[in-house]
Design a protein around this ligand. Sequence first.
Ligand code: CTP
Ligand code: CA
Length: 226
Amino acid sequence: KQWFEQSQDLAGKQVIVTAGGTVERLDPVRFLTNDSSGKMGFALAEAAANRGANVTLIAARTSAEPIQGVNIVHVESAEQMLQAVLERYDSADLVIKAAAVADYRPVARANHKIKKSEEKLVIELERTTDILKTLGEKKKHQFLVGFAAETEQVAHYAMDKLVRKHCDLIVANDVSQEGAGFNVDTNIVQLFGEEGLLEAMPMLRKREVADRLMSIITQRMQAKAA
Ligand code: CTP
Ligand code: CA
């Protein structure tokens, strides 16, 4: 139980949050991943649970502190994350895709540890499925929130992702700014809806960002349903 009062405006809602960086294996002891800590996604899952939602957190590689009151499903790869989300998508009211999903994975996964041989080794990669885009294409009643990690032309790329992936909202972070994005406790986000920029937040702790985002998400969900 939280010591503070929190409105239960997501009571009875099924919420899926994805978090962390996916792990794409090369062999039994090696993998490709990224710097995502999972903290933003974990904070969002906690914020949704505090508002009374029934939350499933689909977590790839993360260094975030475990949280209470949410159902955690652990996955490794983009493919496993896709399956885990799709299994639960029909009954979801809200999906927040905070995970840093690998764009590429090794074409081949060796069953045994790869031995060194030549001076140079070329690893062939192939595109992963875009989970968010897949969800956007299958969207019915669900409210879909995507993220965009950018280093330039933030508004342009964020709006492009919103439209292309059929999202209701996009949370953009300029990961080239200090105090934003991967593996820090703070974030600087801009929230975009179909009409454009909705809110630009200052640098805040991820828990505070999550709380503010959940307020806006809840309002927009209610407005869409009304
Ligand atoms: N995403 C996804 N599946 C992928 C890649 C990305 O679901 N295979 C989701 C992320 O979880 C995030 C959003 O798409 O919510 C945007 O991710 P981002 O990496 O910023 O954009 P991409 O579409 O992958 O484009 P790029 O990396 O080229 O900017
Ligand atoms: Ca990407």
